[in-house]
Design a protein around this ligand. Structure first.
Ligand code: ADP
Ligand code: MG
Length: 298
C-alpha cells in the first residue's frame, strides 16, 4: 500500500529534523496564518553569557560576591539565564554555597535561601515593582542602562534589598532572519514576538530580525492572551517556544512547536511538534510540507 500523504509528510518532517506528534498536527501545521515566536532560546541561540556584574553602591558586595549569591540561587534552575549565571561563576572559579528552599516563578525569576538569607534573582521590573527606596531607584537606573544596550538585566536581591545586577547577552540564531522572512511570505503576515524580557532588549532584537509586532514583559498567561487575541481575529496561530513560560501558550495555540535541544521538558511535552535538529528554518519547512500533503489528501 502507498503511505497516506499525512503519514509520509510526518516521515519527511522527521528527515528535516522535526518530530510531528500526530497526523492531525501534521494537517494543522499547513493551516497556520499567524506565527508567534518566543525570544530567548527560540529566536536567540539560548546560550546566553553574563557580560557584566554590577554590585550596587552601598551593598557592601563586590562583583564576585554578587555573582556567587546569584549562581547559588540559580543552580537548581533549568532556565537558560540560570545556566549563564552558573557558568559565569564557574569560569571565575567561585565556590558556590549550597542553596535551600529553591523556588522559581516562570517569567519572573528564582528565590532560594543561601547561608540563611533569602536571595532572589530575576526581572528587575518585577522584583522592584512597588518599591521606592533609594537602593531600588539606583537599581532601576542601572537596569535601564544595561537594557538600553539590548541585553537582559537581571536583578539580585538579598532579604528583599537590591545588591547588584547582571547583564546577560544572547546571540541571534544564524537562521533567524531568513526564517522570519519565509514565515512572513508563507503566512502573509509578519510573525509576532512574545517575550518575558524587557521591552528595550526585545525591540532591539525585533528590529534586527525584521519583526514589527513586539509584545514584551509578558508573563506566561499574557502569552496566552496574545494567542487568544489573534485567534479571535480569525487567525490560526502557531506558537514557537522553548521554556516552561511558553507551555501555556503552546497549549493554547492552534499548533505549538517546541525547540528540542534546550527546550524545557514541559515545553516538549506540551508542544504538538518538536524541533529536534535545533534549526529554526525547519518551521517554515514543515508548514510547506503540510500544505503539500493537504493538497494530496483533498
Ligand atoms: P522569554 O519569554 O524571552 O523566553 P522568560 O519568560 O523565560 O523569557 O523570562 C522573562 C524574564 O524573567 C527574563 O528576561 C528575566 O528577567 C526573568 N527570569 C525568568 N527566569 C529567570 C531566572 N531563572 N533567572 C533570572 N531571571 C529570570
Ligand atoms: Mg524562551
Amino acid at each position: 500500500a502507498t503511505m497516506p500523504p499525512l503519514l509520509s509528510a510526518i516521515a519527511n518532517a522527521g528527515r528535516h529534523g522535526v518530530l510531528v506528534k500526530s497526523a492531525v498536527v501534521m494537517e494543522r501545521l499547513g493551516e497556520t496564518d499567524a506565527v508567534a515566536l518566543d525570544k530567548t532560546g527560540t529566536l536567540t541561540e539560548g546560550t546566553p553569557r553574563v557580560t557584566d556584574a554590577r554590585p550596587l553602591t552601598g551593598s557592601g558586595l563586590d562583583e564576585d560576591e554578587v555573582l556567587t549569591l546569584a549562581a547559588a540561587a540559580e543552580h537548581p534552575s533549568e532556565h537558560p539565564l540560570a545556566r549563564a549565571v552558573v557558568d559565569a561563576a564557574r569560569e571565575r572559579g567561585l565556590d558556590l554555597p549550597v542553596a535551600e528552599d529553591f523556588d522559581s516563578t516562570p517569567g519572573i525569576g528564582v528565590t532560594a535561601s543561601v547561608g540563611g538569607r533569602v536571595v532572589a534573582v530575576g526581572a528587575p521590573a518585577r522584583l522592584l515593582d512597588g518599591s521606592s527606596d533609594a537602593h531600588s531607584a539606583r537599581a532601576a537606573v542601572v537596569a535601564r542602562e544595561l537594557e538600553d544596550s539590548g541585553r537582559t538585566a537581571v536583578l539580585v536581591t538579598v532579604d528583599g534589598a537590591p545588591v547588584g545586577l547582571l547583564a546577560i547577552a544572547d546571540r541571534l540564531r544564524a537562521d533567524a532572519i531568513a526564517t522570519v522572512a519565509s514565515l512572513a511570505s508563507l503566512t502573509g503576515a509578519a510573525p509576532v514576538l512574545l517575550t518575558g524580557d524587557n521591552p528595550r532588549a526585545a525591540a532591539r532584537l525585533a528590529a534586527e530580525v525584521g519583526i514589527g509586532d513586539v509584545r514584551a514583559g509578558l508573563l506566561p498567561q499574557h502569552k496566552v492572551d496574545v494567542v487568544k487575541e489573534l485567534e479571535h481575529a480569525g487567525r490560526r496561530v502557531m506558537v514557537v517556544g522553548d521554556g516552561v513560560n511558553d507551555a501555556p501558550a503552546l497549549a493554547a495555540a492552534h499548533t505549538g512547536v517546541a525547540m528540542g535541544r534546550a527546550g524545557s521538558d514541559l515545553a516538549l511535552e506540551t508542544a504538538d511538534a518538536v524541533i529536534v535538529r535545533d534549526e529554526l528554518r525547519t518551521v517554515p519547512a514543515v508548514i510547506a510540507l503540510s500544505r503539500r500533503a493537504r493538497r494530496l489528501v483533498a
